[in-house]
Design a protein around this ligand. Structure first.
Ligand code: APR
Ligand code: PHB
Length: 389
């Protein structure tokens, strides 16, 4: 087989890239290790930056997102029973869209089907060959047969546990990591959201977040120990703990119910440099991970896709490799700024086990500055709605 771009990984970054390339008449084959149902069964975040919303528009996949998503022009920050609002439109010309990542992925799959895009599910043992040459190829197993695809480029969109990053020689790769000493216990419940905007809370008992998917589907998170087992948390225990961490007026308004999903996510910051090696380009979680606090995972994957899409269009359209040659530098420049925001927001809003009284006072002072300073709120709003590409 032969194609122009082999996309390893059928998650949101692989599918979005595939759709944008299709719009430019560039062929791709997507290789996904899991089944479609498995990929769509993953519950992930749901705050979309303006950049991702625009890209979905360019890909022609924004109809349902715009019809069902909630436009948010602000968010609430709570601490010590105090709560204040950061108004995005007071500081930027942008808003965010609250729309689940699962729905984004579903819409992208539907769009790929509609274009007859070649997507192989449940493939095994994907191996990237000769990415350092001008004639790379990918081998994989499918229905017990071994297959080979010759191509011009490989987009490694296979997440943190994929093969792509590991294909870059270890002596070429520089990896940066920070592991946070806590996790997020999250639940999904078919209950009306406690508030029409997100509430990020830093309480003495730890962090909490009140988010939503739609008018009767809410998403809540509380900071927990990484060693915790979700099964050891009853729904009642979760709701009781959440109530203790959010402001009294929100605790009173909270509508509870059975959880339909309950899981613990670790908090980690990770970046791999470079994001390109020869004909192989890393996008999304294959190259970087952020703690979920700023909801930047999917959004940063989208900015990678933006730069790679531009570079490949320039290559195939004008025979000019400037865009692909500068891909890693451009993508990483934005990745690091977004990493900083996610680290800053995580450090500000969580309770650290080894936190000293002085550290706690620093958190409080930073929160008070954010509450009282237009400039501090502007800096947060700019990162929250998404830095320009
Ligand atoms: N071969 C084929 N497919 C693979 C392989 C492999 N060896 N390894 C992993 N995959 C698939 C996974 O099954 C998954 O569907 O690659 C896909 C990667 O998708 P994601 O992990 O969702 O990564 P990405 O598309 O970059 O999206 C980033 O996802 O995890 C969230 O917070 C993250 O929001 C961010 C977004
Ligand atoms: C979510 O809705 O899952 C969500 C929202 C905002 C975050 C993280 C997760 O910062």
């Amino acid at each position: 087989m032969r194609t122009q771009v082999v996309i390893v990984g059928g998650g949101p970054s692989g599918l979005l890239l595939g759709q944008l390339l299709h719009k430019a008449g560039i062929e791709s084959i997507v290789l996904e290790r899991q089944s479609r149902a498995h990929v769509l069964g993953r519950i992930r975040a749901g705050v979309l930056e303006r950049g991702l919303v625009d890209l979905m528009g360019q890909a022609g996949v924004d109809t349902r997102m715009k019809a069902e998503g909630f436009v948010h022009d602000g968010t609430l920050i709570a601490y010590d029973n105090d709560m204040f609002r950061v108004d995005f439109t007071a500081h930027t010309d942008a808003t965010v869209l609250v729309y689940g990542q699962t729905e984004v992925t579903r819409d992208l799959y539907d769009a790929r089907d509609a274009t007859g895009g070649d997507t192989r599910f449940e493939v095994e043992n994907v191996v990237i060959h000769d990415a350092g040459t001008d004639a790379p190829f990918v081998t994989f197993g499918e229905n017990g047969h071994s297959e080979r695809i010759d191509c011009d480029f490989i987009a490694g969109c296979d997440g943190f546990h994929g093969v792509s990053r590991k294909t870059i020689p270890a002596d070429v790769r520089q990896e940066y990591e920070k592991v946070y000493p806590f996790g997020w216990l999250g639940i999904l419940s078919e209950t009306p959201p406690v508030n029409d905007e997100l509430i990020y809370a830093n309480s003495d008992r730890g962090f909490a977040l009140c988010s939503m998917r739609n008018a009767n589907l809410s998403r809540y998170y509380i900071q927990c120990d990484t060693s915790d087992d979700p099964a050891s948390w009853s729904d009642d225990a979760f709701w009781d703990e959440l109530r203790r961490r959010i402001p009294p007026q929100a605790a009173e308004a909270l509508v509870t119910g059975p959880s339909i999903e309950k899981s613990i996510a670790p908090l980690r910051s990770f970046v791999c440099e470079p994001m390109r090696w020869g004909r192989l380009f890393l996008c999304g979680d294959a190259a970087h991970i952020v703690p979920p606090t700023g909801a930047k995972g999917l959004n940063t994957a989208a900015s990678d896709v933006h730069y790679l899409n531009q570079g490949l269009r320039q290559f195939y359209g004008q025979g000019d490799s400037e865009g692909i040659d500068r891909y890693s530098e451009r993508a990483l420049a934005r990745v690091w700024k977004t990493q900083r925001f996610s680290w800053w927001f995580s450090t500000l809003m969580h309770h650290f086990p080894d936190q000293t009284a002085f550290d706690k006072k620093m958190q409080r002072a930073e929160l008070a500055l954010l509450r009282d300073s237009r400039e501090a709120q502007a800096a947060m709003a700019l990162s929250y709605v998404g830095l320009a590409y």
